[in-house]
Design a protein around this ligand. Structure first.
Ligand code: TMP
Ligand code: MG
Length: 212
């Protein structure tokens, strides 16, 4: 390797846990410390596939449940060449949602099992660290109303939380549960410290394959 690779860092969590805020703060902090870093998010609504997904989430179109699941996965796969290139160049990627949201959200629908839902994402670049921002439904409620998009109801979000808990039992993934009820600054410090460790470790390890 010409240079040390970047780390793949993922933030997951229930709605309103603060994923996007924390991703932005983490990128800022890493930039200030001179670490090459970029933020990504899934779904990436800017691509052709991402636009189909976005229209579905905004309830402007309907898609069959298996179909939209595969589109979410395809939306990750289409970004894989770019992700690998950046990581190889030494850029750390901070990613807002990944395959874990994919599996948790679809498997929370009736008639889907977690195992089927994971399959399309098997072999994706494996995150060096996945931080799950944990927030109780009561605390989430204090942060305001749900939005208008599909899936933004408390009943569905509770089912999703249970699926995340099942996914977190998999010790082949480097999960860290973060208490998201703390102040933005405290959550950030916690996240930054796990991230620094993961960046240091990843430098000397090859990029893995998810769920293989
Ligand atoms: P966002 O609000 O972070 O843009 O996420 C969009 C919604 O899509 C959110 O409700 C979670 C859901 N989702 C899936 O159902 N499958 C996926 O693979 C991903 C990444 C998100
Ligand atoms: Mg949203």
């Amino acid at each position: 390797m010409a240079c040390k690779r970047g780390a793949l860092i993922v933030l997951e969590g229930v709605d309103r846990a603060g994923k996007t805020t924390q991703c932005n703060k983490l990128v800022q902090t890493l930039q200030q410390s001179g670490q090459p870093v970029e933020m990504m998010r899934f779904p990436d609504r800017s691509t052709t596939i991402g636009q189909l997904i976005s229209s579905y989430l905004e309830k402007k179109s309907d898609l069959e449940d298996h179909t939209v699941h595969l589109l979410f996965s395809a939306n990750r796969w289409e970004l894989v060449p770019l992700m690998k290139k950046k990581l190889e160049q030494g850029t750390t990627l901070v990613v807002d949602r990944y395959a874990f949201s994919g599996a948790a959200f679809t498997s929370a629908k009736p008639g889907f099992c977690l195992d089927w839902c994971k399959q399309p994402d098997v072999g994706l670049p494996k995150p060096d660290l996945v931080m799950f921002l944990q927030l109780s439904p009561a605390e989430a409620a204090l942060r305001g109303q749900f939005g208008e998009e599909r899936y933004e109801t408390s009943v569905f979000q509770k089912a999703v939380q249970q699926k995340f808990e099942q996914l977190m039992k998999d010790s082949s993934v480097n999960w860290q549960v973060i208490d998201a009820s703390q102040s933005v600054e405290d959550v950030h410090e916690n996240i930054a410290s796990h991230t620094h460790n993961a960046i240091n470790k990843a430098q000397n390890l090859p990029l893995g394959q998810l769920w293989t």
